[in-house]
Design a protein around this ligand. Structure first.
Ligand code: GLN
Length: 474
């Protein structure tokens, strides 16, 4: 049952939220041991929340557009009184004193948090293998990764543990796991969704967004969470608007560009490019005007990202000092205590990012690395602006390959980083982008096609994604 159907049934009283929750807890009991999508399943809390929703319906009140819909929450979203780990040992035992704005909005809309999902530690990775609590496996083939860093939320939705989920996307962490698990994943425009209560990785890039089995369900969840929030200083102070009313408008007359730098990027499999070409053909069939387009500076996206993101991370992660949160490894003096705590609390990839970022920001190297990367970021923004003078939307691959085996890229960080070569440019530009399942590889695993638009053009992006979804269903 889709989230839209669940909410409609619960709101009309034809199905109880409790029944919906029990069904999903059963699904979790059956397959979670082999998949490990969750760091924590909120069984009792979900039952209690469902009973409250049912009581509201019985009393004639409308619980809201997400009535009774279980939602999987990435474990870097703060939940009041409930452990929030970022899949790191450094937050061991910490319970946030507040809910993230997105969590508040999900609950206010009648949605039911069903669990906290696994991720690469502090959202750094592309396979969910960098979790301190062990990897998540892809529900479609448990010898493969689900992608990352929001691999737990992607796997939870793909496995039917929840109809929808939330992740965060700094360089591709919603879209890439969505592609690898065969679900829809959306990174909204930077500033559209409040980051209040999202544990920061790289603050100028991080955005929260939905996972769902359908484009319409992703729209439903996005409409629930977005809109201005005074608690996030980067939140855009415009009316949120809506996506669902335009969803079935079609793509007749739209100008759509296939981005050469994404289809030709390093490591993108021929079968993925072929799927993008077929999606382009389907959009043309549906009345769009499709052409190839160049966004030249996109080729420098990955390099710029791996200076900017670690630089911001090295600053954001300085707060984990053994004093304020979670883990503390005691020592005779405070400097040694901090060093021991950070050594014991952070995993290898997080340490690598902190070192890279500290180096990129250091006096003498700042201009050559961080400063240069910021200039590249400006070039990418300008190149996209030029493309959007001629095109309404762009398409390209989401991930270079289908889901790869566990362990295949763990000892080669650069190979792992290349997973995000097609998704990173949108984060650097601050633009929205989403992944829609379209076809499969020779291994029978799903391929994702990415739809990109200009800032704040989510309604248009969803229309194109819906047209691709319709073509994929044929
Ligand atoms: N895989 C990328 C990284 O490791 C992106 C992660 C993300 O979007 N959170 O940084």
């Amino acid at each position: 049952m889709s989230a839209l159907d669940v909410a409609a049934a619960v709101r009309s009283g034809s199905r109880s939220a409790r029944d919906v929750v029990e069904e999903h807890l059963d699904a979790i009991a059956a397959r979670e041991p082999e998949i490990h999508a969750f760091n924590l399943v909120l069984a009792d809390e979900a039952r209690a929340a469902a009973d409250a929703v049912d009581a509201a319906v019985a009393a004639g009140r409308d619980p809201g557009p997400l009535a009774g819909v279980p939602v999987a929450l990435k474990d870097n979203l703060c939940t009041r009184g409930i452990p929030t780990t970022c899949s790191s040992r450094i937050l061991d035992g910490w319970r946030p004193p507040y809910d993230a704005t997105v969590v508040e909005r999900v609950v206010a809309a009648g949605g039911i948090p069903i669990g906290k999902t696994n991720l690469d530690e502090f959202a750094m990775g592309s396979s969910t293998e960098n979790s301190a609590f062990g990897p998540t496996r892809n529900p479609l083939d448990t010898s493969r990764v689900p992608g990352g860093s929001s691999g737990g939320s992607a796997a939870a939705v793909a496995a039917g543990f929840a109809p929808v989920g939330l992740g965060s996307d700094t360089g591709g962490s919603i879209r890439q796991p969505a592609a690898l698990c065969g679900v829809v994943g959306v990174k909204p425009t930077y500033g559209r969704v409040s980051r209040y209560g999202l544990i920061a990785f790289a603050s100028s890039l991080d955005q929260i967004g939905p996972f769902a089995c359908t484009v319409a369900d992703a729209a439903l969840l996005l409409e629930t969470i977005w809109g201005h929030d005074p608690a996030d200083s980067t939140s855009i102070p415009t009316a949120a608007g809506s996506v669902l009313p335009d969803l079935e408008t079609g793509v007749e007359g739209l100008r759509i560009g296939v981005v050469e730098e994404l289809t030709d990027a390093q490591g993108v499999d021929a079968e993925v490019v072929a799927a993008v070409e077929r999606a382009a053909g389907a959009l043309e069939q549906a009345g769009a005007k499709v052409e190839r387009v160049s966004v030249p500076s996109a080729v420098y996206g990955l390099s710029a990202y791996y200076l900017i993101a670690p630089a911001e991370a090295s600053s954001n992660l300085a707060r984990y000092d053994g004093v304020r949160y979670g883990l503390r490894v005691d020592a005779a003096d405070v400097t040694t205590m901090m060093a021991r705590t950070r050594d014991a609390g952070f995993g290898a990839e997080v340490k690598r990012r902190i070192m890279l970022g500290t180096y990129a920001l250091s006096a003498g190297y700042y201009d050559a690395y961080y400063g240069q990367a910021q200039k590249v970021r400006t070039l990418i923004i300008r190149d996209f602006a030029r493309a959007y003078e001629r095109f309404d939307a762009l398409i390209g691959p989401t991930a270079p390959t289908t889901a790869f085996p566990l362990g295949a890229k763990t000892d080669n960080p650069l190979l792992m980083y290349l997973n995000d070569v097609c998704t990173i440019p949108s984060n650097l530009a601050g633009h929205p982008a989403m992944s829609v399942p379209f076809g499969e590889g020779a291994d029978g695993l799903p391929i994702g096609v990415q739809v990109l638009t200009d800032a704040l053009a989510e309604p248009l992006m969803f229309r194109v994604a819906r047209a691709i979804e319709i073509a994929a269903e044929r």
